[in-house]
Design a protein around this ligand. Structure first.
Ligand code: GDP
Ligand code: MG
Length: 716
């Protein structure tokens, strides 16, 4: 069996940084709670040993309030790592030791890493490391994971711990006379029952019963007699403490734990005199100020859009030109026919359309990485908490919202997953259901395309207003859901504001690259596959023989006619071919389906080509632009076959600003993409996943129809 080391700690304590330092593996480095939700594994070679290192999700406690905490705890209990390395933000020892005491109560072999010692020194805080190690009775290593400082100390502590494992001895914290007495009785019951499997200390289980830990309670339910005894003990105790101390056992456990920590830290910490007004605090006075803060926040978001567009324009044109060149070259090289059509119309146009947005997305993600890594994103969450509460959500909903596209360019897939940090299931469901209304990275190209074609003077502003609309509808919908089908009280805000940090260029680049790479991978695989499917649906079945013969006869007659000039004949031929292609497309599978929907979709101003694109967009929103491109280049009238889609739409008589806004609204709101729906199903249940598909599409169609009808009234 391999030797496993688990990395644990609060969010933002530097686990991932340490993980990278130990294993050399690449990994996401974020700066706000809730981003590390998956298990990351790596290998550390130490003295010829291959150690498996696992980066667990960030947790504040071992009480399984959130899915993250449950994941981390189950890993400790079920996988029994040989060693637990707990990473603490040493600038905030008191809070982070809370988790340490809980792991120590489990009796697991641990090493405590005090990370961010560079910041500790900068702030002038003194920490007596050997003293802390003596008090806690576990090895304590000071580190600065970001600079690699203290790595050698940690490695030798790891070697020491693995070579001479300490006898498992769960930490004993006294919870006061009342609790201790009940705990001892419960412990005895548990110890003589099958619930004690020799892995989890009975006292720890008893404490979890006091804390009303849902997961442990459900474990105990398997032994009805024991379960009843334990609940009875807890109940009697709760009645007693509520009467005498005015607090329930759960609160008392937390109080005593903090008491233990405070006494453990006595004489260990020394503070500089002027510590409270450090840089972060001073900056926060301004940035989270009640009046100035929100204004700065809006300014930051808006500035980001503007700069993104200014910088992104030129490289975007290069990419477009590049793909146009590939398409043209291929068309010349290959004989006309199915293969050329597949390559140029199915693949190059489809993937090229999506990839030409890479420069824009790259710049946008770079800004996003800066906001996250600097710590400003958490401030945005903090400032928006009150707003969120008004809509029945939680301050922590900001993270899923922003990740989903509250700042355009996110993705609802990680966004929905980030909602795991929400404690109340009702707020979680509301967040998950409404986050997909925001502007994910895959919708951005559609908006850019339409805004560029119909509102060319206002690229950045258009996206700003669309984002605002997304937020508004998400929040209003959340409010409505929370007052109807998911009614219930809200939970108080708990989210730490990490200190401001100057992000490293390397961290931001890595971060940006990972997201862009995800986008490209999606474009390269899913979108390529769907582009080909869409192409096939638009190409097959070919026209019936009699129609093929008809068009052939037309061609013949045009060619044998006498013409004033060869240009005139060319023009007539092209016109005929366009009509033929049009007929072919309409006759194709996709055309038939899109046409069948037309009687309904025309209420919102969408013709069969738009319908095709929207159907493809359900599979992945990135495909919308690609399918529109394919649809229009297949039905091409202009000989200059690769004219960018935007110009093509702007010239099309079937399109105008009314149609464009209606389509923007529909794309913003309709069913989340297939991957998101899958994630929603996994996170909050398939019932909700189907609900979100149906609900969002109906809402989208209603809004789009209203917009289109209004535009007909106004535009005449
Ligand atoms: P995780 O959430 O625990 O995985 O934390 P991360 O590894 O993502 O780190 C959170 C932030 O702290 C990042 O911005 C890191 O660059 C920063 N960080 C990590 N270690 C150190 C350190 O030793 N000193 C300082 N100043 N910053 C650090
Ligand atoms: Mg992490």
């Amino acid at each position: 069996m391999s030797t496993t080391i688990a990395l644990m700690g609060n969010p933002n304590s530097g686990k991932s940084t340490l993980f990278n330092l130990l294993t050399g593996a690449r990994q996401h480095v974020g700066n706000y709670p809730g981003i590390t939700v998956e298990k990351h594994e790596g290998i550390l070679s130490l003295d010829g040993r291959e150690l498996v290192v696992v980066d667990l999700p960030g947790t504040y406690s071992l009480t399984a309030y959130t899915a993250d905490e449950l994941v981390a705890r189950n890993f400790l209990i079920n996988e029994r790592p040989n060693l637990v390395v707990i990473v603490l933000d040493a600038t905030n020892l008191e809070r982070s030791l809370y988790l340490v005491t809980q792991v120590m109560e489990l009796g697991m072999p641990i090493i405590v890493v005090l990370n961010m010692m560079d910041e500790v020194r900068k702030k002038g805080i003194g920490i007596d490391l050997p003293g802390l190690s003596r008090t806690l009775g576990v090895p304590v290593v000071g580190m600065s994971a970001r600079n690699g400082e203290g790595k050698a100390d940690l490695l030798s502590a790891i070697t020491q711990a693995l070579d001479h494992p300490p006898a498992p001895k769960p930490l004993f914290i006294s919870y006061g006379p009342d609790l201790d007495e009940t705990l001892a009785r419960m412990e005895a019951h548990i110890a003589s029952s099958p619930l004690a499997d020799g892995r989890i200390p009975p006292r720890w289980l008893a404490i979890k019963y006091l804390e009303q830990d849902a997961h442990i309670l459900s474990l105990g339910e398997r032994y009805p007699k024991l379960h009843a005894q334990l609940l009875e003990a807890v109940h009697t105790l709760a009645t007693h403490t509520t009467q005498t101390l005015g607090a329930d056992p759960e609160a008392l456990v937390a109080d005593y734990r903090y008491g233990y920590i405070a006494s453990a830290l006595r004489g260990i910490l020394s503070w500089p005199v002027e510590n409270r007004y450090d840089f972060s605090d001073k900056l926060d006075k301004l940035l989270t100020n009640k009046f100035v803060g929100p204004i700065i926040m809006l300014g930051v978001i808006y500035g980001m859009f503007e700069v993104t567009f200014r910088l992104g324009e030129t490289p975007m044109e290069w990419m477009e030109a590049f793909f146009r060149w590939i398409g043209d070259s291929l068309s010349e090289l290959l004989p006309e026919g199915l293969l050329a059509s597949l390559l140029v119309s199915g693949m190059i146009d489809g993937v090229g359309g999506v990839l030409s947005f890479v420069p824009l997305i790259l710049i946008m993600f770079f800004f996003l990485a800066f906001l996250e890594d600097s710590g400003y994103m958490a401030r945005m969450a903090y400032m928006l908490d009150r707003v969120f509460r008004t809509f029945g959500l939680h301050g922590c909903s900001v993270v899923p919202f922003i990740v989903s596209g509250g700042i355009p360019g996110g993705c609802a897939v990680p966004g929905v997953m980030a909602a795991r940090t929400l404690r109340s299931p009702k707020e979680k469901v509301a967040t998950v259901l409404t986050a997909p209304f925001l502007v994910c990275g895959a919708k951005v190209p559609v908006f850019l395309l339409l805004a560029g074609a119909f509102f060319p003077e206002s690229g950045g502003a258009a996206l700003f207003w669309i984002t605002l609309a997304g937020w508004t509808i998400a929040l209003i919908t959340a409010r409505i859901l929370r007052s109807t089908i998911i009614r219930g009280a809200s939970t108080p805000f708990v989210m730490e504001l990490p200190p401001y940090r100057m992000p490293t260029l390397r961290g931001m680049l890595l971060h940006t690259w990972e997201r862009v790479w995800q986008y490209i991978k999606k474009a390269g695989t899913v979108i390529l596959a769907i582009s080909i499917l869409v192409w096939a649906a638009m190409t097959f079945p070919g026209l019936p023989e009699e129609r093929v013969d008809y068009w052939e006869a037309q061609r013949q007659s045009l060619q044998t006619q006498t013409w004033e000039s060869s240009e005139a004949m060319e023009a007539a031929l092209q016109e005929m071919e366009a009509a033929q292609r049009q007929e072919e497309l309409r006759y194709s599978f996709a055309g038939r389906f899109g046409t069948a929907l037309e009687p309904i979709s025309q209420w919102a101003g969408f013709d069969w080509r738009t319908n095709i694109a929207l159907i493809g967009g359900f599979a992945a929103k990135e495909v919308i632009v690609a399918s529109l491109g394919t649809a229009y280049s297949l039905g091409e009238i202009d000989p200059d076959a690769a004219t960018p889609l935007a110009e093509r739409l702007a010239r099309d008589p079937a399109w105008d600003r009314g149609v464009a806004i209606s389509l923007i609204a529909f794309v913003l709101l309709y069913a989340p993409c297939l991957v998101t729906v899958t994630v929603i199903g996994r996170e909050i249940g398939w019932r909700w996943a189907f609900f979100s598909m149906a609900f969002n599409t109906v809402l989208a169609f209603t809004v789009a129809t209203v917009i289109f009808r209004l535009s007909r009234l106004l535009l005449g």
